[in-house]
Design a protein around this ligand. Structure first.
Ligand code: PPS
Length: 292
């Protein structure tokens, strides 16, 4: 399989072909937004399912207390990948959505700045490392021979989500048009409780100390990995299909795994491109678990 087999190019952006419906894409801009909608927006492999779990725990007591078993993909379904064919129009408020869309393809209603967006970004070397493993796991994606060739594929944007730099920079440069909170994967990893508090503040949600603790506890890597509502094992098994049984969405869940995969030359090449493309982007990036 090559990239053209599984990527659908639409208005300058790459979608996973078999998971999207083109009539839905054509009408995305007009999709009606409610003032209390909340969107989780990410470039792939940046902490999407983690944030789906966090927001599901914050918003739904039955999720937090585990009195209702519903997968996070149904609590915060992907707008453009409606793989469980949820009826979005009839969903009760508040609606949570997830999306990998670039800023210029999201529904126009988000620009009235009432509905909220939590945009999660991650250092792109770890994004690329995570994507590399994912591409070799999931049947629907083009597999990658080695990091060297995958780096070219990733930098050229021949992946779902297109060019990482365009996605993050696009959202950052256009942030004034939206009601948006930028969160980094790394700040969530380093201090999950503070990250959850920051998200709650942005969403205007006040949780008791016990509820806050319940959110944090159930959103740790270890607990999510064993939580069938949140670990996406069923999505892998039934909706995406895997090349082997050992892979998971929750793979390592750490900062700096790229160091186990990049050569010094590859890292330096990446740094040069990063510095050039991101020089005007005032977001903090953390590349190492020990970094402050
Ligand atoms: S996807 O396919 O775009 O929806 O993937 P996404 O969920 O954005 O990213 C998957 C990576 O997020 C890691 N992850 C977590 N890390 C830390 N803590 C928690 N709770 C957590 N949940 C998911 C997951 O392990 C993937 O990263 P890697 O580096 O591959 O482990």
């Amino acid at each position: 399989m090559d990239s053209d087999d599984y990527l659908l190019h639409f208005k300058g952006y790459n979608f996973e072909r078999s998971l999207v419906r083109s009539d839905l894409l054509e009408n995305l801009e007009d999709f009606e937004i409610r003032d209390d909608d909340v969107f989780i927006i990410t470039y792939p492999k940046s902490g999407t399912i983690w944030t789906q779990q966090i927001l599901s725990l914050i918003y739904f007591e039955e999720h937090r207390k585990q009195t209702q078993k519903m997968d996070t993909i149904e609590r915060a379904p992907f707008l453009e990948y409606n793989i469980r064919t949820t009826n979005y129009i009839n969903r009760p408020s508040p609606r949570l959505f997830s999306s990998h869309l670039p800023y210029y393809l999201v529904p126009n209603g988000l620009k009235n700045k009432k509905a909220k967006i939590v945009y999660v970004y991650r250092n792109p070397k770890d994004v690329m490392t995570s994507f590399f493993h994912f591409s070799n796991l999931v049947v629907k994606f083009e597999s990658a021979d080695n990091m060297q060739s995958y780096m070219n594929t990733f930098l050229d944007g021949k992946v779902v989500g297109s060019i990482w730099f365009d996605h993050v920079k696009g959202w950052y440069d256009n942030r004034q048009k939206f009601n948006i909170l930028f969160m980094s994967y790394e700040e969530m990893k380093k201090d999950l409780k503070s990250a959850v508090q920051k998200i709650c503040k942005f969403l205007g949600k006040e949780l008791s100390e016990d509820d806050l603790d319940a959110v944090v506890k159930q959103a740790t890597f270890k607990n999510m990995k064993s939580d069938p509502r949140a670990n996406y094992n069923d999505v892998l098994k039934y909706e995406l299909g895997t090349r082997n049984d050992n892979g998971h969405f929750l793979r390592k869940g750490t900062i700096g795994d790229w160091k186990n995969h990049f050569t010094v030359e590859q890292s330096e090449r990446f740094d040069k491109i990063f510095q050039k493309k991101m020089k005007d982007v005032n977001l903090k990036f953390i590349w190492d678990i020990n970094e402050e």
